[in-house]
Design a protein around this ligand. Sequence first.
Ligand code: CMC
Length: 435
Amino acid sequence: MTQNPKTDKTFTLTNDQTGDSIKLPVLEGTAGPPVLDIRKLYAQTGHFTFDPSFTATGSCKSRITFIDGEKGILQHRGYDIADLAEKSDFLEVSYLLLNGDLPDKQQKEEFEHNITYHTMVDEQVNFFYRGFRRDAHPMAIMCGVVGALSAFYHDSLDIHDPAQREISAHRLIAKVATLGAMTHKYSIGQPFMYPRNDLSFAENFLYMCFAVPAEPYKVNPVLARAMDKIFILHADHEQNASTSTVRLAGSSQANPFACVSSGIACLWGPSHGGANQAVLEMLDEIGSVENIPEFIARAKDKDDPFRLMGFGHRVYKNFDPRANVLKAACDEVLEDLGINDPRLELAMELERIALEDPYFIERKLFPNVDFYSGIILKAMGFPTSMFTVLFAIARTVGWVSQWKEMIEEPALRIGRPRQLYTGPTQRPYVDLDDR
Ligand code: CMC
């Protein structure tokens, strides 16, 4: 395990009321801004720091993913996302995220075998589904069934055993995809399709979602490749809201199935993974190109809660490198399927206008990954309510890799943020008759 990357540099913090100063150590990683080590701040000064949305807080050390939002860089274990999306495949990227390096041929084969042979879920899980209404939101089902995996796989719950950690990681990567496909089948009233071991991860997923027992199903290679790219592009994204949720849940030593289900719950929100669904809903609401100016005006109006979904990012302030890859994949899929979706025309016009508008330029609001993934997934035949499930399937490997990295830190302690209390100070209890 790595120790804290120390430097000789310090930062002096002075209390302007008392004139007292302390020196804060500066830690430097291999890339990205240096951080101030404030772990002794409270003991030394009696002050907490205040950073409610964590915009200036490094919550952990990590060797998995690096993002430079200003330059539009996203790298996993040092490899550029565009290279991985073009030259690799989802399971290879999963191996990279989990283990730190690209696999050699034998490691790749073994890993693919392990994931493939964990795709089936306990038969009892099928009955679990029946308790849900058919019109339940697929993410509501996913929160339940993924958390429930801990009730089925008792032999991989000991987080202190590296072998069990590895099995639970493989199970999660494999089974969340199967559960996602089952969720889709359940909501459209079709029979579940058992996984097929002769297909790749993305092909098998499309098969489980779109095949029916009544006839043979041939996977379209263009769609399988686009699906694989979507999985790669969503696989990990550093300490975002859902990953931080998984880490915080895991810091209490909760089991990985429970932790991943907490990540799924967080991902569901429209400010995070729910945005690709929201993009399609927004395009439907806009309706046609003539209405775009009205919606752009609404997005700019501070008194109107409407925001352009699929635009803006907390970290990327120039462009989202994942969006560039998906824009190309989007064209490929639509051309292959011969789809002339008016929503695409609408999306492209919206993109053009927003990129020229000073409001969006000044605030660095560029199309993000969800802007294009929504359109591709719709063309593939997924209902909008499934979009976030697909994101969850891809992100499971990121959550599991981050969870594993955290558990393997020798200095693991439960996460426990503090607060700036603004409520009433102590007051005497007043009897009901006297209120
Ligand atoms: N439409 C219109 N105005 C916007 C938008 C938008 N989509 N996003 C930000 N702004 C404005 C915002 O009103 C603010 O303006 P001002 O400075 O005048 O007050 C300024 O831009 C900065 O916004 P912010 O809310 O401080 O930015 P944030 O970093 O807190 O929010 C965000 C990031 C992604 C939540 C936000 O841009 C947003 O709501 N976008 C739409 C939802 C979306 O597409 N989410 C997917 C993110 S990518 C997938 C993922 O990684 O999960």
